[in-house]
Design a binder for this molecule. Structure first.
Ligand SMILES: [Fe+2]
Ligand SMILES: [Fe+2]
Length: 277
């Protein structure tokens, strides 16, 4: 057994495992930069937590070269974390979709609420409103890259196939104008991606297939409502959608992550993103 596999039992973790409590007593090296201070704080919290948190390769890939050895743990004698990360809000045992919005999704979920509110005000069907409400859950809770595909998979077992298909297809459709419904290439993409950005061949192919699909307009409506959904002052409320979710999202009674569905592991990973294995 290597030392890493055979930790010695260290001092007990404090009772209060909130981030504020774990941060108590931290001291910073004088002259440390902001990122050095962040590292020192994390190290201090890990010591107080008495658990070592190994980050997924994906979490640091890019900031670090994933093919190179990861920085050694501050204290290799600590046990690794195999459950809830106490730095995160605790989730109910049987989490619902709304619990994920409340305890795991980033503040950019406001964009989803604005998009769905826009669709609701325009009188679209509940399927379209739900598709707008969930279209970027890949971004707000899981993984940005190829977010339409992640989003489709996350919700597929729980929504009408038209909704999950539309979420997948918006990944490609948002790059292609459709003057027949007044959808132009978003000005925001010119600013974000640069004026010369060209989509990759697989996106072009997805677009061609989606263009001829019977549910094309459902996905197109996601992109239409998407565009107008970045108002920082918009007043939105999840209460406007709880009934629509209730009627259109098949919440598993065991809780998302624990229903044995083909994507349950993806929801569990959002509940415990730092679980060692
Ligand atoms: Fe999107
Ligand atoms: Fe969006």
């Amino acid at each position: 057994m290597t030392p890493e596999q055979a930790p010695t039992v260290a001092a007990e973790a404090p009772d209060d495992l909130s981030p504020a409590s774990l941060a108590q007593g931290v001291t910073f090296t004088s002259g440390a930069t902001l990122s050095e201070r962040a590292e020192e704080l994390e190290e201090h919290m890990m010591k107080r937590l008495n658990r070592r948190i190994g980050k997924s390769v994906l979490f640091t890939s890019g900031d670090l070269d994933p093919t190179q050895p990861a920085p050694p743990p501050a204290d290799p004698s600590q046990y690794v974390l195999m459950g809830d990360d106490p730095r995160l809000p605790k989730m109910p045992e049987k989490p619902t979709l709304l619990d994920f919005f409340k305890y795991r999704f980033s503040p950019s979920q406001n964009h989803l609420l604005q998009s769905a509110t826009h669709a609701l005000k325009d009188g679209h069907s509940e399927k379209v409103v739900l598709a707008c409400l969930l279209h970027d859950i890949g971004v707000v809770g899981f993984i940005r890259a190829d977010h339409g595909y992640w989003g489709e998979q996350l919700v597929a077992p729980y929504v009408d196939e038209e909704v999950s298909w539309a979420i997948r297809a918006h990944q490609a459709l948002r790059f292609f104008p459709d003057p027949s419904v007044g959808y132009e290439y978003p000005e925001m993409y010119v600013r974000l991606l640069g004026p010369d950005y060209k989509v990759e061949p697989y996106i072009e192919e997805e677009y061609k297939q989606a263009r001829d699909h019977k549910w094309y307009m459902t996905s197109r409506l996601i992109t239409l409502n998407d565009i107008y959904s970045f108002d920082p002052n918009a007043v939105v409320s999840m209460e406007d959608f709880t009934d629509i979710i209730g009627r259109n999202f098949k919440q598993p009674k065991e809780g998302l992550g624990f229903d044995g569905s083909p994507v349950a592991h993806m929801w569990r990973t959002m509940i415990r993103p730092t679980k060692y294995l």
